[in-house]
Ligand binder design. Sequence first.
Ligand SMILES: [Zn+2]
Length: 182
Amino acid sequence: MPLKEVSHPAIDIDLRYATNDNLTGQIIYQHAIAFLHKDALAALELAAELAGAQGYRLRVLDAYRPSAAQWRLWAALPNPMFVADPRQGSMHTRGVAVDLTLCDQHGQALDMGTEFDEMTEQSFHGRTDIAPAAQHNRCLLLGLMTAAGWTHHPYEWWHYNLPEPTRYPKLSDEVEGEFLMD
Ligand SMILES: [Zn+2]
């Protein structure tokens, strides 16, 4: 299936695993292209429309994660509390999960109370022990993503996936689907 390149005015791409600015401190991806299954892309574009209508932008921090990259993550941090065991597979290897945050119209990331991939209880949804503005920003992202058809992850404010992700097969490294490019 041919790949389709897409760009959207309200979506920025900042794949942290293509840099060493991630929880492993290592470069995990060889290239910084965000791939998504076409169903996930359609849902992300809808969320971007909703965000853009309020003067916000989505910033994608992770999307499709090749199985080989999941193994590299696991090698760097072999702890199932932090990284999905590659033998089980991650929702990201199905191309139907996205990690993201919100930015204002100047590209400034909104305060979400904790950093991306910060594995503490304060990264859970429904916390009142982070600043009220950060609680508000998380609820904003939750509302935009939920209205666009995504399901949240209770322990990671940044992670959303399509409902029933196991309906989608794990993708090989020859990706079928569409990709977003900065
Ligand atoms: Zn995720």
